[in-house]
Design a protein around this ligand. Structure first.
Ligand SMILES: C[S@@+](CC[C@H](N)C(=O)[O-])C[C@H]1O[C@@H](n2cnc3c(N)ncnc32)[C@H](O)[C@@H]1O
Length: 197
């Protein structure tokens, strides 16, 4: 679902970019280092890449062969196109991706599932488009954090049930992902994961 005005502003400012660079992406780089994952010359997907700042980070740090970002909001697409980097961008819904199966070596997903009513379908689509033995780097808030942001920050989320980490891990396993690593952020309000398939 689309971000409301408050969250759109919260997602598109220098603080958010600092957090993406020095917290989430930094943890993902630690995962890559630990598992000796080299994404140079690989095909990357950035699910719900918002303003495209993460696309830029990946291009600079990972030097992929091809990178595609998608998001459901035209307003985000407008910002992403302004980034003007070496990547592709399209408007798409994570639950119905217009992408071939097994076409990406790795996918990144920063804070998307809690915005998706049928988030299980989103997980299934990521599983479908990642190549066998490919990787998923995903970061999410848990149910309590989503509730907190809804109540105190005025963000809007779909009214579906929200997961805590044990439930999330069961869903991922059932979708065919194998957990390699996880890292808690702010106790366990947010969590970053590395999965393979
Ligand atoms: C919390 S923002 C995160 C944006 C960006 N990844 C970041 O970390 O700054 C969530 C993003 O998910 C997008 N989104 C929500 N529902 C979506 C869906 N069904 N399919 C694709 N993108 C979606 C929103 O437009 C928004 O850009």
């Amino acid at each position: 679902m689309h971000l409301n005005r408050r969250e759109f502003l919260a997602m598109n400012n220098p603080l958010r970019r600092l957090h993406l660079r020095f917290v989430e992406f930094s943890i993902f780089k630690q995962f890559m280092h630990r598992y000796q994952i080299n994404l140079q010359d690989k095909t990357l997907l950035d699910a719900a890449c918002g303003s495209g700042y993460s696309l830029k980070l990946h291009t600079q740090a990972l030097q992929p062969k091809m990178q595609l970002g998608f998001d459901i909001m035209p307003e985000q697409a407008k910002l992403a196109r302004r980034q003007g980097g070496d990547f592709h961008y399209c408007l798409a819904d994570i639950t119905r991706l217009p992408l071939a199966s097994q076409s990406f070596d790795a996918a990144f997903a920063y804070g998307i599932l809690h915005h998706v009513e049928n988030w299980r379908a989103g997980i299934a689509e990521l599983q479908r488009v990642i190549k066998p033995a490919g990787f998923l780097f995903i970061e999410e808030p848990n149910g309590a954090a989503v509730k907190f942001f809804g109540k105190y920050a005025g963000f809007a989320f779909p009214k579906t049930e929200r997961f805590d980490w044990p439930e999330f891990e069961v869903e991922m396993r059932q979708a065919g992902f194998v957990k390699l690593a996880s890292h808690q952020i702010y106790c366990d309000a947010l969590q970053a994961y590395l999965f393979t398939k």
